[in-house]
Design a protein around this ligand. Structure first.
Ligand code: HEC
Length: 153
């Protein structure tokens, strides 16, 4: 009998120890979303640099030394496109932080941008120039649609 009780105690202690290592959903602190920079800074310093990486994919520069095609060629060129597209895709979540959202329409524009960014990200991962180039062509219209809606110059 004594042995049995010791065993139950040991099992109970073991269960408690396991429980202590598995945080229940209820104990997970609520996510704390907060805009850290103002909208102008977010647009200029978060969205624009990430979008620029995707726009460059279709870029051609002509200078004194001739034509320079800016499309990605080496693995490290592609890594940069992956970074820009991944950053843009994740930045669309920051665009939807509640205090940044004036109305339901905003979410639709942010989600359109997310779809484009994810397409660019997948294309970049696959080194698929055509796919990224298509997003590059369409991206400006996605940004501009939201700007037009909210009267941004
Ligand atoms: C969901 C709506 C929305 C989307 C999508 C959006 N913008 Fe904006 N953007 C705004 C608003 C609102 C402003 C005005 C911000 C302010 O000045 O307070 C703005 C302003 C800007 C500005 C001007 C900042 C300044 O100097 O005042 C730039 C640059 C910009 N956006 C870039 C982009 C780019 C690039 C994209 C697409 C990759 C994009 N935006 C997508 C809403 C959006």
């Amino acid at each position: 009998m004594v042995g049995y009780r010791v065993l139950t105690k040991a099992l109970a202690a073991g269960a408690l120890a396991v429980a202590a290592f598995l945080p229940s959903r209820a104990e997970t602190p609520a996510a704390h979303f907060k805009a850290r920079v103002d909208m102008k800074t977010f647009m200029e310093h978060v969205l624009t640099p990430a979008a620029t990486v995707i726009w460059r994919v279709n870029g051609l520069i002509i200078d004194a030394s001739g034509e320079h095609d800016l499309s990605p060629k080496t693995d490290s060129d592609w890594e940069r496109v992956v970074s820009g597209a991944a950053t843009l895709a994740e930045a669309t979540n920051a665009l939807m932080i509640p205090e940044r959202v004036p109305d339901r329409e905003w979410i639709k524009y942010a989600e359109k941008l997310a779809v484009a960014a994810v397409k660019a990200y997948r294309g970049a991962e696959d080194h698929d120039l055509k796919a990224v180039s298509e997003v590059s062509d369409q991206l400006d219209a996605v940004c501009a649609a939201c700007h037009r809606h909210y009267g941004v110059e």
